[in-house]
Design a protein around this ligand. Structure first.
Ligand SMILES: Nc1ncnc2c1ncn2[C@@H]1O[C@H](COP(=O)(O)OP(=O)(O)OP(=O)(O)O)[C@@H](O)[C@H]1O
Ligand code: SF4
Ligand SMILES: [Mg+2]
Length: 326
């Protein structure tokens, strides 16, 4: 069964996000992206800096307006919901950001921070909330003795776990985590990523896991979505995308992952610069950096093609590259 067979929890269709840059100039940071997240699925959204990952995540969270498209949560479009429905949707789709210090008030103890979503969304009886807060903390592997601490009394890893616990306290079905571990050192990154996997298994929470680092998310993702210059350029089950990357950009990202064996060949860093989104190149947005570019790549933008697995649905392995459309 492919991931596309399950009824999606979140279904993104044709999502476009734009920013105004001075008079008349518009940057299209996300262009016509379609993507599904199944219940309890972990979808990794990867791509280098400026590819549009945060813009997409923030549009899903309705922190940014979308210029076009739909974001359906169990069939209901988040982008057009009224206030009452949106409030419930906000409980069900919780954010976790890169910088936990920005998410946690310096003047609130861990307990007070964890209480906030419980009172805001009216979860549990008031006398149960201390226990619910302690449960959320224990779900991320922290001891209750941290409940009375302030953020500055915690390590970076503990703070990020508290931010994750705060998101979980709301009882979400989906956590949108934007670079949740990139400020941490590598062993801590791996510990938190393992925790995310355990949470998915134990609580059935789905994750949209945003990262510029494919090596971090490859351990846990069920599906991988690769963005470049605001476009989704490859998407599919993690086993397909990571073992048989079809897009030259994804192949370059895979070659850039350092090998654990220090005697192995060093990682190959992709040369060139990310495209300007103010004046994007004609044709394939990647053509200036692509060693396999064909003449048509300069003039004609590729649509999606199915790869070897033949599945062209949003749950199949899709690639936006002329090498696959012939
Ligand atoms: N508030 C803003 N106003 C104008 N342009 C913006 C704004 N935020 C982002 N952009 C532009 O949109 C594009 C995509 O940015 P975005 O932050 O979504 O990328 P990203 O993939 O999250 O990058 P990073 O890995 O650095 O976080 C970039 O070209 C950026 O300059
Ligand atoms: S469409 Fe052309 S330029 Fe773009 S990735 Fe494929 S081969 Fe390279
Ligand atoms: Mg970002």
């Amino acid at each position: 069964m492919s991931a596309g067979d399950a009824v999606p929890l979140l279904s993104i269709r044709g999502l476009t996000v734009q920013y105004g840059h001075g008079r008349d100039a518009t940057v299209t940071a996300v262009r016509n992206v379609s993507l599904d997240i199944p219940p309890a699925g972990i979808v990794a959204l990867v791509g280098e800096s400026g590819s549009g990952k945060t813009s997409l995540a923030n549009a899903v969270l309705r922190l940014l307006p979308a210029a076009a498209g739909e974001v359906r949560l169990n069939g209901k479009d988040l982008l057009t919901m009224g206030r009452r429905e949106l409030r419930e949707a906000r409980r069900r789709v919780q954010p976790v950001f890169q910088d936990p210090l920005a998410a946690l008030s310096p003047r609130r103890t861990v307990l007070q921070s964890l209480m906030e979503p419980l009172t805001h969304f009216d979860i549990g009886a008031p006398r149960e909330r201390d226990r619910l807060a302690a449960d959320a903390l224990s779900a991320v592997g922290l001891e209750p003795n941290l409940l009375q601490r302030y953020p500055h009394e915690l390590s970076g890893g503990q703070r990020q776990r508290v931010a994750l616990a705060r998101a979980l306290a709301a009882g979400p079905e989906l956590v949108v985590a934007d670079e949740p571990v990139s400020a941490l050192d590598l062993p801590l990154q791996h510990r938190i990523i393992e925790r995310i996997q355990a949470l998915r298994e134990r609580l059935g929470v789905a994750f949209l896991l945003v990262s510029h680092d494919l090596s971090v998310v490859r351990r846990v993702a069920d599906a991988v979505a690769v963005m470049y210059g605001g476009r989704l350029v490859e998407h599919g089950p993690a086993s397909r995308v990571l073992e048989h990357p079809a897009h030259p950009y994804t192949q370059a990202l895979m070659r850039a992952i350092p090998h654990p064996d220090p005697n192995h060949a060093p990682p190959a860093v992709l040369g060139g610069e990310a495209p300007s989104l103010l004046t994007p190149p004609a044709g394939c947005v990647f053509h200036k950096r692509c060693s396999e570019a064909l003449p048509e790549c300069v003039t004609r933008e590729p649509g999606f093609s199915a790869t070897g697995d033949g599945d062209f649905s949003p749950g199949g392995h899709r690639v936006r590259c002329h090498l696959w459309d012939r």
